[in-house]
Write a protein that binds this ligand. Structure first.
Ligand code: AMP
Length: 309
């Protein structure tokens, strides 16, 4: 049976989409409490804007969803569940959902603002990431997912399109789980494949938290190579390759990352490396050390040059 992400604690429920909550007790905010800035992006059911509170000038990203579109898409209950989940996740590598409110036509989600923008865009610009950057992101996503899994929350849709970058260059899982039910069609329109699906989902079998382990294996490959391992011309070929975990590495992918990816891309979900195993993998640790050393060196050089002036 499919393992359902647990709803952690009920919060004010979005039961009556037809009503406005701005006048209700407990509805702390309304759109009038915010100054709305530039658009940050567009999703399937609405747009995201940079915003700040009129009082205190606190920055946030506000996602504006149209009730009519949610209802015609049949996803209003899904949204409610995802809001309940995301609002209880507090982790440095997960976008916080601070609050939400609604009026007659729209629902507003007040989210932590990720100034670095979309991971997908960064990857497109850079084509691929260096080993230290990829390893750092892998550590961060494993840490975030480990936190989620401890709370019985499975993401099920990890891919660069669902990741954002924070103020300090850190990875942030955005839009928690919601994208499972309202898939962004960026990748589908690009190549018509579902590159991150694990073998158990492709075969229509039961799935567990191990789906996220498979997905971060695909992600690590894409970070280092610039495209996912099972990308093929036809969807049927992709699915066949996924079922057998059949893929090849470009020559430049070194032994360390190959070892990690290979241990995650296991057809048998039980054989996949654990999230702890990812965070303690020798390549991840070595790359993090390399990065820290380089940063320390840069800092020393900066201090020395300041002293010399
Ligand atoms: P979504 O509806 O979640 O797919 O969001 C549409 C687009 O808005 C994303 O692709 C991002 O470019 C942008 N966006 C969404 N959430 C945030 C956020 N918290 N911080 C910055 N940009 C965001």
């Amino acid at each position: 049976m499919e393992e359902k992400p647990q709803v952690l604690q009920p919060i004010n429920r979005l039961e009556r989409l037809g009503r406005s909550n701005t006048s209700q007790k407990g509805g702390k905010f309304s759109i009038n409490d915010f100054e709305i800035g530039r658009p940050l992006g567009k999703g399937k059911f609405g747009s995201v804007y940079l915003a700040r509170t009129k009082e205190g000038h606190f920055h946030a990203a506000i996602k504006v969803l149209f009730k009519s579109q949610l209802i015609s898409g049949g996803v209003e209950h899904q949204l409610e569940r995802e809001i309940e989940i995301q609002s209880h996740l507090h982790h440095p590598n997960i976008i916080r959902l601070y609050t939400y409110f609604w009026d007659a036509k729209k629902i507003y989600l007040v989210l932590e603002y990720a100034p670095g923008g979309e991971m997908y865009k960064q990857l497109t610009i850079k084509e691929k990431f260096s080993e230290p950057i990829a390893a750092k992101y892998m550590y961060e996503i494993a840490d975030a997912l480990s936190y989620c899994h401890r709370k019985n929350v499975i993401h099920r849709d990890i891919k660069p399109e669902n990741l954002l970058i924070g103020a300090n260059g850190e990875l942030k899982i955005g839009d928690f789980g919601w994208s499972v039910h309202a898939p962004s069609n960026k990748r589908q329109t690009m190549c018509g494949t579902m590159d991150y699906l694990p073998p158990e989902m492709v075969s229509g079998q039961a799935h567990s938290a191990a789906v996220d382990l498979w997905a971060i294996g695909v992600l690590c490959f894409e970070f280092l190579v610039g495209k996912p391992p099972f990308e093929r011309q036809h969807q049927a070929e992709t699915y066949a390759a996924i079922k057998e975990a059949k893929f090849t590495y470009p020559e430049y992918v070194k032994r360390g990352p190959r070892d990690l990816i290979g241990k995650l891309l296991q057809v048998d979900p039980k054989k996949r490396l654990s999230l702890d195993g990812v965070m303690n993998h020798s390549w991840i640790l070595a790359m993090i050390e390399t990065r820290q050393k380089a940063e320390k060196q840069q800092q020393l050089e900066k201090t020395a040059s300041l002293r010399n002036h």
